[in-house]
Design a protein around this ligand. Structure first.
Ligand code: 5GP
Length: 329
């Protein structure tokens, strides 16, 4: 079954660029073994998790390293039989790089990679930043969406959920300018914010951990989620390692499966959590009793939830169908 999970063509919708750097890539960039080792934890908590990103951020503080890691991450996803990848990253200013130069370097990495995979970019707002800083970033995101409409597809809200807030106006502006919206929602218990995000009706939400009453949410939130049917990006390993979910068996995805709600399987931060999309599929088989047919459907349905163009979606559906005819009859 492990082989099946590797070979099935997959769709990745929730991957943070700097969380996805492999140890090999970090070492290439001169990171010390002891820094890379801190990624080897199998049980941390959500707060510690946010400290780990500083290793990758330090290693990617100029345009050359940003372009290099973008290409490396794309290659690693392609090698894992990911056909379509939505990478997301937070535009960041460093001593030798402006926020816009950072975005340009990521786009450069995307346009110059040589792997057999379709890649799109979502740009993230860090919720720790002030509304003024976030507004400035939104302006740049809209500018890059206009410059690279086939690549820059959406906007994300991420960063430590214990800080900051969801500024709806910024997302309204982004949506008005043609960007899709993917918002981390209910990663920690915060019913008021979760309701505000659901009311905004994003194109997708990330995690959705504390929505269902049995995983700490509420009937009201769950009813909204059921009514809205917003596709949810599920990150099994990330949630278990960060202990926002007790175990794979008790993962909140069970509620999505039971109520037949839309979701996709994703890696979140494959470097930090030492995972791959194939591993996430295998975990779903092992702990959630999903069979080959159900796993194939997760891949196929994820195409519908993606921000690809209609033509790209059609091509992906054909590839998945052909693979099924050759491998599952
Ligand atoms: P980057 O945006 O620098 O490419 O990727 C790392 C950043 O993604 C982190 O600093 C953090 O802001 C965000 N991130 C990565 N994983 C998570 C997650 O599980 N939850 C949230 N809310 N943000 C995350």
């Amino acid at each position: 079954m492990e082989k099946f999970c590797v070979s099935i063509p997959k769709i990745e919708l929730h991957a943070h660029l700097n969380g996805s750097l492999s140890r090999a890539t970090l070492k290439d960039l001169g990171c010390l073994e002891e820094d890379v080792q801190i990624y080897n934890k199998s049980d941390i908590d959500l707060q510690t998790c946010f400290q780990l990103f500083s290793v990758a951020h330090k290693a990617t503080s100029d345009v050359n390293s940003v372009k290099y890691v973008t290409k490396q991450v794309i290659k690693e996803f392609a090698d894992d039989n990911v056909l379509y990848l939505e990478l997301r990253t937070t535009p960041r200013e460093e001593q030798n790089m402006t926020e816009e130069e950072y975005i340009e370097a990521v786009v450069d990495g995307i346009t110059s990679h040589k792997s057999p995979i379709v890649v799109k970019l979502l740009l993230s707002l860090d919720r720790r930043r002030s509304i003024e800083e976030q507004r400035k970033t939104v302006k740049s995101i809209i500018k890059f969406k206009k410059l690279y409409p086939d690549i820059v597809k959406g906007i994300d809200l991420s960063g430590n959920p214990s800080f900051g807030e969801f500024y709806e106006d910024l997302f309204i502006e982004a949506r008005y300018n043609g960007l899709f919206t993917a918002i981390h929602c209910a990663e920690i218990k915060n019913d008021i914010e979760a309701e505000r995000i659901l009311n905004f009706n994003p194109d997708r939400i990330g995690h959705g951990t504390f929505l269902h009453p049995e995983s700490g949410g509420s009937q009201r939130l769950w009813q909204m989620n059921k009514m809205l049917q917003i596709p949810t990006e599920i990150c099994l390993t990330s949630n278990v390692i960060c202990r926002t979910t007790k175990s794979y068996k008790e993962h909140h995805i069970q509620a999505w499966i039971k109520d037949e709600l839309p979701f996709s399987l994703c890696t979140d931060d494959k470097g930090v959590f030492n995972t791959s999309l194939s591993k996430e599929f295998f975990l779903a088989y092992q702990h959630l009793n999903l069979n080959r047919e159900q796993l194939w459907k997760i891949s196929r349905n994820s195409i519908d939830y993606s921000f690809a163009s209609n033509r790209e979606k059609q091509e992906l559906r054909i590839k998945l169908k052909e693979w099924r005819q050759e491998n599952m009859q």
